[in-house]
Design a protein around this ligand. Structure first.
Ligand code: KG4
Ligand code: ZN
Length: 298
């Protein structure tokens, strides 16, 4: 991955400039992701951004990857602060009250796997390609989502924490059960497991979203709810969250799917918000593997 980053950073930068019809000197500031994430890739991107900033003599802005996901709705829909955010990706699954730029309260999180990780692992168990989320979504369309009733750990606890590892284990056991009876999985089996898993995972999100709304209302006024992160590209999940939010009279926003999965536009946009607020960083800002949103609170 490190090698891939090194090989592509320069080309990607040149291509972005060409598409925007800009010379590099016309850029006002350089924003780069400085965490959280696999540290090799984070360091490579951060160093590249710092080098550009120092050569061009432009301000450097260190972006938290999660803040990029959190603010994407403001790029796509101009969503106003405050809003309730469900951030659901391959590494994170959290409910956050986004009060304003740099003011985040985490209301609850997964206690074990992130949901995207569970999608990827279930897809692997079913012999599907990586990333697993889009594959599960595709196969689920032809499946019977009631064939398997998987467990929903901590579902009834009145808080916004979630747990997906028991669900993942239950999926594994159901696959083993089919294999022990018939030797392999038919394409109908794959679709039924995918559909049942996706339904139960969505039920967990919906239940916890409704608790999250109750908590959020104790902290903030605006009735706005947003979903973002790679899993938010899932149209089935988006539809069900939208229905729930409309019942609660919330304005629901999901950025276009290509802005939900990792992308540079959301990092540039977070950089723009910080730049406009006069927040810039020193060039010695250290990249970090772990960096919670709450640490950004000023
Ligand atoms: O935000 P993201 O691109 O990277 C991280 O920050 O983790 O999220 C990637 C995750 C992967 O686990 C991938 O399987 C999942 O998002 N994902 C989906 C869909 N598209 C991507 N999960 C469910 N349905 C999808 N359509
Ligand atoms: Zn991400």
């Amino acid at each position: 991955m490190l090698c891939y980053h090194l090989k592509n950073l320069e080309n990607a930068t040149n291509q972005a400039l060409a598409e925007a019809n800009l010379e590099i000197q016309q850029i006002d500031a350089i924003a780069a992701t400085c965490g959280p994430g696999l540290i090799g890739g984070v360091i490579t991107g951060a160093m590249f951004g710092k080098s550009l900033s120092s050569v061009l003599q432009k301000p450097f802005i260190a972006i938290n990857h999660l803040e990029g996901h959190a603010l994407t709705c403001r790029l796509s829909h101009k969503t106003e602060y405050p809003f309730l955010l469900l951030l659901v990706s391959g590494g994170h699954c959290q409910f956050i009250a986004v009060k304003e730029l740099g003011n985040y309260t985490v209301l609850g999180s997964t206690l074990d796997d992130a949901l995207g990780e569970a999608f990827d692992k279930v897809a692997r168990m079913l012999g599907l390609a990586f990333p697993g989320g889009p594959e599960i979504e595709k196969h689920a369309k032809n499946g019977d989502d009631k064939r398997f009733d998987y467990p929903r750990p901590i579902y009834h606890q009145k808080n916004c924490n979630m747990s997906f590892s028991g669900l993942k284990t239950a999926v594994r056991l159901s696959i083993q059960d089919i294999l022990s009876k018939q030797g392999d999985l038919t394409s109908q089996d794959v679709s039924d497991v995918a559909a049942s898993f996706q339904r139960v995972a969505t039920e967990i999100l919906l239940k916890k979203m409704s608790f999250a709304i109750d908590y959020y209302e104790k902290l903030c006024k605006g009735k706005r709810a947003v979903v973002s992160g790679g899993v938010a590209a899932n149209l089935y999940i988006r539809k069900h969250l939208k229905d729930l939010c409309e019942k609660k009279e919330y304005n629901f926003v999901a950025p276009p799917p290509k802005l939900c999965t990792d992308n540079a536009a959301m990092i540039a946009f977070a950089g723009l918000e910080r730049f406009n607020a006069g927040i810039i960083n020193n060039i010695d800002f250290k990249p970090r593997a772990r960096w919670s949103l709450a640490e950004l609170n000023s």
